[in-house]
Design a protein around this ligand. Sequence first.
Ligand code: S3P
Length: 169
Amino acid sequence: MRVFLIGFMGSGKTYWGKQLAAQLTIPFFDLDEEIAAKENKPVTRIFAESGEEAFRVKEKATLERLIDEQPSMVLACGGGTPCFFNNIGRMKKYGVVVWLNTPVEMLLQRLMKEKESRPLIRNIADEEMRSFIIRKLNERRMYYEQADVIIDNADNLPVNELIQIILHA
Ligand code: S3P
């Protein structure tokens, strides 16, 4: 099976993805890391040197390649992955899409510590961060809501329960 984890930056896609993959004993991939490995530079540099549009094209191509190559995997997507092209449709067609709907205050707390490594927020002033997250999340909600499974606040859920929910989706 293929499990696609989607959700805002800082929602815990990589953390939960690794846990899920270990429990399901299938490979784990992180879409940003795959893009960075292929391009031989971190995502921040791809954004800085080529811009967001070019990044989105590479993101789509990498998603398609992984789907082609991996009949079974857990993939932690980037926060914007489901919001561009028909990525969300493709993911739903080839696997189970899980939205980690993490509370805004939790996102804020985590992202404040990691601004530098995230091109979309590195230039946002600290005092603007909460309103940025709320606005961006609202823009993206219509894509995230298309997930097959919605997990509100995964941190309150034991990994085995998360697996049961996904397996029964
Ligand atoms: C992005 C999220 C990032 C990365 C890129 C753009 C976004 O991934 O793909 O910086 O548009 O929300 P994470 O959600 O893993 O931080």
